[in-house]
Design a protein around this ligand. Structure first.
Ligand code: GDP
Ligand code: MG
Length: 321
């Protein structure tokens, strides 16, 4: 425990890496790490970067990170994209550039191994981000790639969401779900060195206008990540969005909502586990599950019966009845 607190205070990348390994592997120590870090978090600006594969998210995140690193900031990068240059399948050049970045003392890059299991991805991302935040990162960049609901859950951790697409928006729009468009705080047309970038900006502009007047009107940026073009302007608007969040009270509100969401999701998974344990211990309940499996009982009535039974049992323990 003392060691843990010491690790947080030291703020060095080696101890951070060790802590994140514990959290990722859900070791017994991880619970202590998470408990401690939950009280130390709250300072970092958490930025989610999403968009279709190949649009240049990793390149862009790399360039933003490099720029932010020169601004005397501490930067954490979390990569939730299994096909990303941060993990594998990268061109050699890309990978080397990332490794260069990771050598900077004020940069920490963490790739999340999904091991084909996407179920817990959102909560493990939230855990990793929390520890980075507790490590007094100023900025945390999360790169993610669209995988339905998981995408939304992962982005739920972010204060500012960047949607990266490429010229030829028509195609992109089709591949993106409308919901993703709505949660974007900043639009980026990357690969603006390719034809059609201005047209895409125009289309997006129209779309933003059509979506009605909002307190924060999402700006649209053109970038060429490979040439470092447009990065400064993008960072400028990311900072502007942070100021907007602070000014409007949303900064605090988002953190409070996230804390409660986290609590409920923990309760949910704890309950699910306990219910399953109970069922496995009680033959009559196990038999009911078997009946549902065979289609001889309906899950609607049975779920009520099982939950009522467990609550009744719990109450009788408690009151000795
Ligand atoms: N022409 C051009 N290529 C780019 C640009 N940004 C990234 N790329 C290339 O697009 C490919 C995909 O980039 P990557 O960052 O891996 O995309 P991700 O899948 O969204 O993370 C790579 O070969 C990059 O070098 C850009 O602005 N212009
Ligand atoms: Mg990528």
């Amino acid at each position: 425990m003392e060691d843990l607190i010491g690790s947080f205070e030291k703020k060095d990348n080696v101890s951070l890496g060790k802590m994140l390994k514990e959290v990722e592997n859900q070791t017994p120590l991880s619970l202590e790490i998470l408990k401690l870090s939950s009280f130390r978090k709250g300072k970092a600006h958490i930025i989610g970067v999403t968009g279709p594969p190949g649009s240049g998210k990793s390149t862009l995140v790399g360039k933003m990170c490099k720029k932010l690193a020169t601004m005397d900031l501490r930067i954490g990068v979390v990569c939730v994209d299994p096909t990303s240059p941060f993990t594998k399948g990268a061109l050699l050049g890309d990978r080397i550039r990332m490794q260069e970045l990771a050598k900077l003392p004020n940069v920490f890059i963490k790739s999340l191994a999904t091991r084909g299991n996407l179920g817990g991805l959102a909560s493990s991302t939230a855990d990793i981000v929390q520890v980075l935040d507790a490590y007094e990162m100023d900025v945390i960049l999360i790169e993610t790639v669209g995988v339905g609901q998981i995408e939304f859950d992962v982005l739920g951790v972010a204060d500012t969401v960047l949607l990266v697409s490429v010229p030829g928006l028509g195609d992109t729009l089709q591949t993106l779900k409308a919901g993703i468009m709505e949660i974007a705080d900043i639009y980026v047309i990357n690969q603006a060195d390719r034809p059609g970038a201005d047209e895409s900006v125009k289309d997006l502009n129209l779309m933003v206008k059509e979506s009605g007047k909002r307190e924060w009107s999402p700006p649209i940026h053109k970038t060429v990540a490979t040439q470092d073009s447009g990065i400064d302007e993008l960072i400028h608007d990311i900072t502007a969005h942070k100021k907007y969040l602070e000014r409007s009270g949303l900064w605090k509100e988002k953190r409070q909502t996230r804390n409660v969401t986290r609590l409920y999701s923990m309760i949910e998974s704890l309950l699910a586990q306990r219910v399953e344990d109970h069922i496995n211990r009680e033959e009559s309940l196990k038999a009911k599950v078997q009946d549902v499996m065979k289609g001889e009982r309906d899950p609607y009535t049975t779920s009520h019966e099982i939950v009522d039974r467990l609550i009744a049992k719990h109450n009788s323990y408690q009151y000795g009845g």
